[in-house]
Design a protein around this ligand. Structure first.
Ligand code: CU
Length: 121
């Protein structure tokens, strides 16, 4: 009998937490704290703008001096960010202004999923 009761408990907890987790994809963007205190695993994205400082020869990353990213509570800073695909480095030029999309890949890790010359004059 104990085995049956335990299995029922597992099924019940799955039924309760499954939909709750699926719904948690919405509305968490506002309380990120650079990921440090955020244990949610959903993949967040955020847009930013900045200036290309350098580009890794293998296209694996770029160094950006980016403006503050309010969604992530990031201050303006110069940082190296991984590129999701080396092809994203094609056409990038050092000292050019770019807009980019960050995609969360870990608790505190982000990569660039899209990057293009900024349209601002
Ligand atoms: Cu940064």
């Amino acid at each position: 009998m104990k085995h049956i009761v335990l299995q029922m408990a597992v099924v019940a907890s799955f039924l309760i937490t499954g939909p709750a987790l699926a719904n948690s994809d919405h509305g968490h963007g506002k309380h990120a704290n650079h990921g440090a205190t955020d244990t949610h695993q959903e993949m967040r994205t955020a847009e930013g703008v900045g200036t290309v400082q350098s580009i890794a020869e293998d296209g694996s990353s770029v160094v950006l001096a980016h403006e503050p990213i309010a969604e992530l509570r990031w201050p303006a800073m110069t940082m190296q960010i991984a590129l999701a695909d080396p092809v994203l480095a094609d056409g990038l030029e050092v000292d050019s202004e770019v807009s980019f999309v960050l995609r969360q890949i870990g608790a505190t890790d982000y990569e660039i999923s899209a990057i293009a010359p900024a349209n601002t004059p």
